[in-house]
Design a protein. Structure first.
Length: 140
């Protein structure tokens, strides 16, 4: 792996919600850590809600912090984290993205109402792909 590839991985890691990252190859092992809690693991497969209204400029988007497979619930037996019309609080988990066998929680950065779920459960998502549309709460 080249120095540039490692720098690119580190930059993506810094911009993601990942707390730890490990990569092993035949010749080397690479580990990144933000010294936070260990990521939770889950196996999920609940039915996916369909997208609602298109995005508007007054709404906020929750975007994928990394490439992987999205899961909208913690396990197949559990209900989805959020559905259209639900309230979300800043810092609340809205889904999980699996990347390299690690489960990474995706949290909302704003408080408001979920107005659209823009992906299907167990779909492959790209870096910065919009996942949820949130109408922010009114500020007094």
């Amino acid at each position: 792996m080249t120095k540039e590839e490692i720098q690119q991985l580190l930059q993506q890691f810094d911009q993601s919600s990942l707390n730890e990252f490990a990569l092993k190859d035949a010749d080397f092992e690479l580990r990144f850590s933000k010294h936070a809690a260990t990521p939770t693991t889950a196996s999920v497969g609940a039915p996916a809600p369909l997208p609602a209204a298109p995005t508007t400029t007054t709404n906020s988007l929750i975007k994928a912090p990394l490439v992987g497979v999205i899961y909208l619930s913690a396990s197949p037996e559990q209900t989805v984290y959020k559905k259209v019309g639900d309230q979300v609080v800043a810092g609340e988990v809205v889904c999980i993205i699996e990347a390299m066998k690690m489960m990474n929680e995706v949290k909302s950065e704003v408080s408001g109402t979920v107005t659209a779920i823009l992906v299907e459960n167990e779909a492959m998502v790209d870096y910065h792909q919009p996942l949820f549309e949130i109408t922010p709460n009114e500020q007094p």
